[in-house]
Design a protein around this ligand. Structure first.
Ligand code: C2E
Ligand code: MG
Ligand code: MG
Ligand code: MG
Length: 291
């Protein structure tokens, strides 16, 4: 009653809140164990070049096989981990594993880039560049084969420090993508100051663009904006053949989505690429002949 009166909200006394906060604590404190016991898993979702349907990169998307809570999708633990320093350790683990997997693919003759999602604290971490450089070196991954996906909130959080890190990444040759583009609260001014390589149009616009004219306008305008700024553009959330065709017409560079491939465990990637390449051979040829 007092809490409510004070404007704190009754949720403080709700059982589910306590359970929730205990779960939060157990997730944060369980991370070192998760890393040690191999509970963290990377799934990969291919990104294709729209013009010829070839596979250009694989985005690492984390999951947590939790002993008590089952298989957790990132939305259920990343925001909690991001509240504290553990995100540094988690991202290190992700980058390291993604580079290791990328090396295995390259050794099998599959030449693809990898993309990793990074958080605000990573970009503000003074050690980030040094560690990244070391991981790339250990796995013999060329910096140009790594893309880091950041959201606009990362850039807004501390512009000076974010700028410094992103500039350093750019001069190393690491690719920078703006994830969930169009959903943040930021102005577009940062696009002039920060060496971004790519915009990723948020799936909320792409998923409905065949039905919703406003979404279609947003997708088309974002593609034009990116190209006019000399950037490449990816559409995420491609769920239908029609969406992929439309993106082709609009000149979108890359596409990603359930219609192409869902995020899958690393060992499913090589067989998927085989099948996909076979099925889309024609598309590659048509474009090669046209050029
Ligand atoms: P994101 O980076 O924007 O990734 C796209 C999300 O959309 C993924 O969800 C993916 O499975 C889903 N998706 C892909 N194609 C489609 C589609 O066609 N339709 C629909 N409806 N959804 C699609 P997921 O794997 O649950 O990841 C959610 C978010 O969690 C990611 O969004 C990213 O922000 C974050 N995340 C994932 N892995 C990591 C990580 O290693 N580190 C950090 N910091 N964040 C991560
Ligand atoms: Mg992403
Ligand atoms: Mg660059
Ligand atoms: Mg996204």
């Amino acid at each position: 009653y007092h809490a409510k009166k004070a404007g704190v909200g009754v949720a403080l006394y709700d059982d589910s809140y306590d359970i929730h906060s205990q779960k939060r604590l157990s997730l944060i404190s369980g991370l070192p164990r998760a890393i040690k016991e191999n509970e963290l898993i990377l799934h990969y979702q291919p990104k294709i070049r729209v013009s010829d349907r070839t596979v250009s990169s694989l985005e690492a998307l984390i999951r947590w096989q939790h002993p008590e809570h089952g298989l957790l999708p990132p939305d259920q633990f990343i925001p909690i981990i991001e509240l504290g320093d553990s995100i540094i350790e988690l991202t290190n683990w992700v980058i390291n594993r993604a580079c290791l997997d990328c090396r295995k693919w390259q050794d099998q003759g599959i030449s693809v880039d990898v993309a990793v999602n990074v958080s605000t604290l990573n970009i503000q971490d003074e050690q980030f560049i040094k560690r990244l450089d070391r991981i790339l070196g250990e796995h013999h991954i060329h910096p140009g084969q790594l893309q880091l996906e950041i959201t606009e909130s990362v850039i807004m959080s501390d512009t000076k420090r974010a700028q410094k890190t992103i500039r350093a990444l750019d001069s190393m040759g690491v690719g920078i993508s703006i994830d969930d583009f169009g959903t943040g609260y930021s102005s577009l001014a940062y696009l002039k100051r920060i060496p971004v390589d790519e915009l990723k149009i948020d799936k909320s616009f792409v998923m409905d663009m065949e039905q919703d004219d406003n979404d279609a306008v947003i997708v088309r305008s974002t593609i034009d904006l990116a190209h006019n700024l000399g950037l490449e553009v990816t559409a995420e959330g491609v769920e239908t053949a029609g969406a992929l065709d439309l993106l082709d017409v609009l000149g979108c560079n890359y596409a990603q989505g359930y219609y192409i491939c869902r995020p899958v465990p690393a060992d499913k990637i090589a067989p998927w690429i085989d099948t996909w390449s076979e099925e889309n051979n024609d598309h590659v040829n048509i474009h090669t002949r046209a050029n």
